[in-house]
Structure formats: C-alpha cells, structure tokens
Design a binder for this molecule. Sequence first.
Ligand code: AMP
Length: 404
Amino acid sequence: MDTILVVNAGSSSVKFQIFSVEGEGDLRRQIKGQIDGIGSRPRLRASGVRGVPLAHRAYPIESVSDVSAAMGVASGWLRDELRISPMAVGHRVVHGGPDFVGPVLIDHGIVAQLERFVALAPLHQPHNLALVRSLLANFPTLPQVACFDTAFHRTRDAVSDHYAIPHQLYAEGVRRYGFHGLSYEYVAKTLPHVAPEIAKGRVIVAHLGSGASMCALKGGRSIESTMGFTALDGLPMGTRPGQIDPGVVLYLISEKGMSPAKVQDFLYRDSGLKGLSGVSNDMRELEASEDPKVKLAIDYFVYRVGLHAGMLAAALQGLDAFVFTAGIGENSIRIRARIVDQLRWLGATLNPIGNSRHMRLISGSDSCIPVYVIPTDEELMIAQHTLSLLLERPSPGVRHERAS
Ligand code: AMP
C-alpha cells in the first residue's frame, strides 16, 4: 500500500496521520495518531478507520525527550507493527515568509530559508523544523513536503499585505501574511460542493480553535484576514491576545522592565482567553464556569468575532455567506449562536434546531445570508499537496516552487 505520512509537530506533541493513495490519486485516511506529553509523560495514541483504537501506550520520559525521538517512536510503531513505510511526508509549516506561495519539496537549503521565520512563529516553527531536520538526517531519500499556513494568503492585494511603515521593512518581509491558510484552502475547496453559487461570491470563514482567525474569501481566494506578520493579531485566542495596541508592548518593556523573551511569553502563552478569564484557555472549561471573569472573556471573544466580521464584510463590500470551522466553530452550539446574533445587522438569523444538531446549514429560513458549519481538514490538504508535488517530481532531484 502506498501511503503518505502527514505530521504536525508542536512543543510537546507530534500529531500524525497516514493516508493511503488509492487509484486515480484519491487519498483515504487510515490512521490518526499523536505522541503527546513529550518530556513529561509521553504517550502514543492512535486510531484507525472509523476511530477503531490501534494503540494507547506510555513510554519512559527519557525515551521520548523531544519531537525527533517522538517521531522515531511513531515511525517505528508504524513500520514494525503495521508494516507501513510512507512514500513521502507532508509537514505543516506555519510560516513560509514572503517567498513561498505554495507547497515545496524540502532540502537543506529550504530548511535554512525557513529557519529565518522561527522568531515569527515561536510556538510552532522551531518544532516543525526540528522534525524536518531529523527526518532529513535519518531518511535522506524520503521526499518531504512543506505546506505553509501563510501560502494561501500570498496572492492578496498590496493594500492588505502592507503595514503603514517605511517600505524598507516590507522589502525585508515585515508584511501581513495571514495564517490558517491550509484550513481556509480546505473550506474554499469544499464550498463549491456545498453551495456552488455562494462559493463564487463573498464569504467570511471563521477558524475558531485554540488559535483563531477569520478570512475573507472572494471567489474562493483570500483577499483579507485578521492575522498579520505573526499569528498574534486579530481575534483573541486560547493564550494569545489578538489585536492589541503596540503601545501596550512598549509599556511592558519600558515601565514593567520586561525582556523580549518575557514579552513573547506574555503574548503567546499568558494572554487571550486564559489571561482574561484567569481560569483556562479551553472553551469547554470556560463554558462550564460561572466565574464573572470567564463571562467577560467569552463576551470579549464573541464581540471581537463580530467586530472583525464587520471589517471583513467591508473588505468584501458585502457578504454572501458565513462559515464556522475548527474546534470552537465546529462544536460550540452556544458560541455559534452568540456570534450569529452579532451578525444580525448583516441580516443573519439562526435556526436553533439546526445549530443544536450541528447541521451543515445553521441559518434560519429568513436569514439574508446562509451560515454554514464546515469541519476543516488541514491534514487532507497537506496529503493532497504532498501527493501532487510527488507526482510532478521529475526525478530523484528536487524541484522548488518558489515565488520570485
Ligand atoms: P482546535 O484548536 O481547532 O482543536 O480547537 C480547540 C478549541 O476548541 C478549544 O478551545 C476547545 O475547548 C474547543 N472545543 C472543542 N470542542 C468543544 C465543544 N464541544 N464546545 C466548546 N468548545 C469546544
């Protein structure tokens, strides 16, 4: 069986999926797994088709001390127990910088280029690249493909790509990149099957998970989004504040004496829903709490989604549909209902029964715009990109798709 391994490495976990390549180049998900608790209580958990449990086992801390060791355990398990040796690996890489407008076959030169963006995605990029490097060292002939969260947004107009700062910084790469591109790309590709006419029009997609952003799609193309140079901007998230006056950062440095590393931690790990509620970054826990600070955190989240929806509707000059996706967007009945209420001025109404049943279309019959729930599938996008690049590959050599 030809298979593709898709990996997404974080600081303390490696998530992986195996797709089989069927006739006609179709892809079928066979295995979903993860090793979490890296460096603390490592565990491998994996399931097969229709969620059939395949593995649930613990490892001694010293045998899984980093993401490379975790990948070693996962690939050993796949090879020795399931007889799976993937023909290629697709990686989620959060930041592709200004040059990468699509997926790319990885070699050492590409890794060196991507290292430059570690500081711009400190929660993800170093771990994404650590895994790439370790696979390059251990399996030098195994094709690896980097799929970027920024690439989908790279065709946006200059006005949405710039900050109002001297041009030299733009030339250096200080730009509004936008993120969650693999998720938006999946939704953009799915929408024509759900609502063909709407897919040609103006759509806001709200990717509401631990990380959260929104994207304005026009004819399936990203024209604007809430995130910018890094994945800090825009909506409040689990532990990130979203839009914040840069003056706050200056205050933290000059008045509170915080170092750059402290400010980075503050912005990436201590803010957002966690910082505002003082309770948790997890929406399920927040929804279960009666604490008034939690109420404020949820109110803030909903309010900010509404505000940014207004901004994106202005960018689109109107709105033909609104789509929810990712952990909160796909699962939280209450948050969806509250956000649709924020969109009332745009003519949106909710079908409470459809919403509570997690139906694909959750807007009321009198709604001026349809509101959809479309579960995202970033891993499938990565597997598809990986297969496409593999099929295009001329020879054992490496071809790079790069923007000029
Ligand atoms: P993601 O990053 O897409 O996996 O989404 C994670 C977020 O989705 C966390 O804040 C979870 O609390 C939230 N989430 C997942 N399931 C639910 C649910 N049933 N109700 C509310 N929030 C949920």
